[in-house]
Design a binder for this molecule. Structure first.
Ligand code: HEC
Length: 268
């Protein structure tokens, strides 16, 4: 019996290719198959002029991401998990706000795969979050998760990771608070701070030392704009942030936040 089930599963994996997306909005988990998503009345053909993963213009069959997020509050964060376990975190407000950038979940049709992302690599499917008018929402290149398998609602980082919080009592429009938001939008997927966060790729940005303690201001800014302009090596992984994704004012705020956090180090 075990063997038979195993055989059937293996057969189905090759023949059915039924990819499923799991969405956990905090009020229960729903799963959607490729076919269910493609059959939705709100599915559309969309053209993405500057696709971040394919570096060219692409067209997809896609559903509006917010339509799958019933009941998610704008203050929440969404964690997109890829087939290989890589996660990307996106503030729900960015997806739910209909006035700026539009988030679409591109669905790879069964039997008609998208191109490979590179030599010997799989495609961006089965599910891929793409954006129309990303500049309107300052959507970063890290906010285009591909090979998505699951979406999960998280409480916002400020409550999950208290050691990342600036000192209490700062006004919401204080540069440090604005910089904290910039950090969450652009850096938190790859960097922990004060040892907190889910990231595993880049170094911690406060302990043992904040980059604001060992890099001159202008060098730190150069690094964020294009890391390779500061130090250059073939396998560097950090992407640059151009002015479309991160304005000069955002960068000022980010540096203010990092300097502020250098005075609030977590004790080991
Ligand atoms: C896609 C992942 C990723 C993102 C997003 C990212 N970084 Fe990085 N960062 C890295 C990695 C990995 C390194 C280590 C060097 C390398 O491999 O490029 C690094 C290195 C750094 C360093 C140098 C640390 C040192 O002393 O060598 C600083 C400073 C830094 N990042 C700041 C930032 C800031 C600020 C942001 C947000 C604007 C950010 N990073 C966004 C991955 C990332």
């Amino acid at each position: 019996m075990r063997l038979l089930t195993g055989l059937l599963l293996a057969l189905c994996a090759t023949l059915c290719q039924a990819a499923t997306l799991t969405v956990d909005t905090g009020h229960g988990t729903r799963t959607f198959t490729t076919e269910q998503l493609l059959a939705r009345p709100d599915a559309r053909d969309i053209a993405v002029p500057d696709d971040v993963s394919y570096h060219r213009s692409m067209t997809y069959r896609a559903v509006p991401m917010k339509a799958l997020l019933d009941g998610v509050a704008a203050a929440a964060h969404l964690q997109f998990t890829a087939l290989d376990g890589f996660t990307a975190e996106i503030p729900a407000s960015l997806i739910l706000d209909a006035h700026g950038a539009e988030a679409w979940l591109a669905v790879e049709p069964t039997g008609k795969p998208w191109p490979a992302l590179g030599d010997g690599k799989p495609s961006a499917g089965p599910f891929y979050l793409v954006w129309l008018h990303p500049e309107a929402g300052h959507v970063g290149t890290e906010q285009w998760p591909y090979q998505v398998a699951a979406v999960r609602m998280l409480a916002d980082p400020a409550s999950r990771f208290p050691a990342m919080r600036p000192a209490p009592g700062l006004a919401a429009n204080d540069p440090v608070m604005r910089g904290f938001a910039v950090f969450q939008r652009n850096c938190i997927t790859c960097h922990t701070l004060n040892g907190q966060g889910d990231a595993k790729l880049g170094p911690d940005l406060n302990i043992p030392h904040s980059p604001t303690e060992y890099l001159r201001d202008d060098m730190l800014r150069t690094l964020v704009r294009n890391p390779q302009d500061l130090r250059h090596w073939p396998q560097a992984k950090m992407p640059g942030f151009d002015r479309r994704t991160l304005s000069d004012a955002d960068l000022d705020d980010l540096v203010a936040y990092l300097k502020h956090m250098a005075t609030r180090k977590a004790k080991p």
